[in-house]
Each structure stands twice: as C-alpha cells, then as structure tokens.
Design a protein around this ligand. Structure first.
Ligand code: NDP
Ligand code: 8X3
Length: 250
C-alpha cells in the first residue's frame, strides 16, 4: 500500500505521513522544504519498517508536479491513498485591502495544485479500479468569515471539487473524501500572518485548539473503513469552537 501526502513538511501532512506509515503504508512525502522532508524521512525510517520517497517541488508549478510524478517508478505510482493537504492562507485582510498576489498564491496552491496532483494520481488509480483521495478542506469551506474572502473561496472550491470528483470517479471504484477542520495549531497561522508570532498565537488564545495528530487520526479513520464504506466529509472543531466565528475562549 502506498500513500502520497502533499504538504508533508509541517502540520497535518507531517503527522498524517507518520500515522499512515504506522498503518503500514509506504509513503511519498512532498513539500518545498528539503530539510524538513529529510527530517521526516529519517523519523519514519527509524520508527517503521516501510519505504519512504521524498519529492521536493512547488505544487503551484504544473510542470514541477509532472516532473516529480515522472520521477517515480511505476511501482511507486501505484498510489492507494492521495492526501491533498498542501495549502495555506495568505493574509487576513478585507477584500479591498488584501493583496492580489496573496489571492493568486492561495488559488494556485489550494485549488490548482490539488488539481494537478489529482489528475496525475487518478490516471493510475483508474487503471487499477481502486484508490482513495482525501482533500483537506476547512470549516472555511462551509462558512465564510470576515477577512477570510479568498481563503474561504478556495476551500469552497475544494468542497465542490471533492463532490464532483466523488461523482465522476465513482465508476472507477475511487473513494473521495474531505476533512474540514476548524482552528488547529500548526504553522498555518504563522504563514497566514507572514511570521508575526503575536498575531498567530492570538488565534488560539483561550482555546484548546486541534493539533495535527487530531487530523492524522481522522485520516486514519477514513482509510481504515471497510471497503463498502465511503466517508464523504468529516468536520471537526475544538470543543470551544461552534462555527467559523463562534468561540468560547477562556
Ligand atoms: P502548515 O502550514 O503547518 O502546513 C502546510 C503544508 O503545505 C506544508 O507542508 C507546506 O510545505 C505545504 N505547502 C504550502 N504551499 C506549498 C507549495 N506551494 N508547494 C508545496 N507545498 C506547499 O499548515 P496545516 O498543516 O495547518 O495545513 C494543511 C492544510 O490544512 C491546508 O490545506 C490548510 O488550508 C488546511 N487547514 C488548516 C487548518 C488549521 O487551522 N491549521 C484548518 C483547516 C484546514 P512547504 O512550505 O515545505 O512547501
Ligand atoms: C483554517 C481554519 O477558520 O482559520 O482553514 O479558516 S480558519
């Protein structure tokens, strides 16, 4: 069994790669930070008797996705689980003040990158008439919140893509699921606020946020369902979060 995890250098992807290795999957781990890929490869190799392949590329670059995919041998291309996780929020500003470069970065990563990888992997899954795709959506794909504008739009797009894929890939026995987390403490907010630690930490003030392992556990739940069960979506929040905007902070 092989799992390909995009965005495995941090947060949900990193924890999910470890969890999938623990479940016995050989893992293909991807991201732009080569040092982090090496660190994860070492950590997995030390703990689990499975194989690891690292692919370092920018998912916004369609040719780079193709080149990375082509670098895998035919054996490694037999991916059973594709975790489309790489993504980000860039900025949290009102639409009129937000940076259009940030809009493009989010659309290119969260939507187009997910499509590039899915197209490559699906061709192989179709041949084998099986496979499972899990897309990282968000509570932001369910509810729009102020200053969330284009990030929310990308996650709404992920939900539409997930539903469309689920219908169109049904004849090929490919299951398509999504996971929609609320506030989870990873590098997400540090990236969103461009390194401003005070702003990033404030997101989780008075909450016990989700942690990456909560999402990894959700991934594990989805991939360990019996063959006749397809999880459509799992939305999970911290116990102190009831919607995108409703929190009960300490
Ligand atoms: P992190 O910032 O911790 O991890 C993001 C991962 O995405 C990194 O491995 C990063 O790798 C990768 N990535 C980002 N841009 C690119 C790119 N251009 N090319 C390749 N890889 C890229 O965040 P999370 O783990 O929290 O986020 C994972 C997913 O979950 C995202 O899609 C996010 O939108 C979603 N999500 C997060 C929530 C949260 O509160 N944390 C809640 C709901 C959804 P590298 O920088 O090495 O390229
Ligand atoms: C990340 C969670 O609420 O910041 O997708 O959009 S939120």
């Amino acid at each position: 069994m092989i799992a390909l995890i995009t965005g495995a250098t941090s947060g949900f992807g990193y924890a999910s790669a470890i969890k999938l290795a623990e479940l016995g999957y050989d893992v293909v781990i991807t991201g732009r930070r080569v040092d982090r890929l090496a660190q994860l490869e070492k950590e997995i190799a030390e703990r689990y008797a499975i194989k690891v392949k690292t692919l370092c590329f920018d998912i916004r670059d369609r040719k780079a996705c193709q080149t990375a995919w082509n670098s895998l041998t035919a054996d490694w291309q037999q991916v059973d689980v594709l975790l489309n996780n790489a993504g980000l929020a860039a900025g949290a500003d009102p639409f009129d003040k937000a940076d259009i470069d940030d809009f493009e970065c989010m659309i290119d990563t969260n939507v187009k990158g997910l499509l590039y990888m899915s197209k490559l992997v699906v061709e192989e899954m179709k041949k084998r008439h099986c496979g499972q795709i899990i897309n990282l959506s968000s509570i932001a794909g369910v509810e729009v919140y102020p200053n969330g504008n284009i990030y929310c739009a990308t996650k709404h797009a992920v939900n539409a893509i997930t539903k469309g894929m689920r219908m169109d890939l049904l004849p090929y026995g490919i299951k398509v699921s999504s996971i929609s987390p609320g506030a989870a403490e990873t590098e997400f907010s540090l990236v969103r606020y461009k390194g401003d630690e005070a702003k990033a930490n404030a997101v989780y003030n008075g909450l016990e946020p989700l942690v990456a392992e909560d999402i990894a556990d959700t991934v594990a739940f989805i991939v360990t369902r019996p063959a006749h069960v397809m999880i459509n979506d799992i939305l999970l929040t911290p116990a102190r979060q009831a919607s995108s905007m409703v929190f009960n902070r300490n």
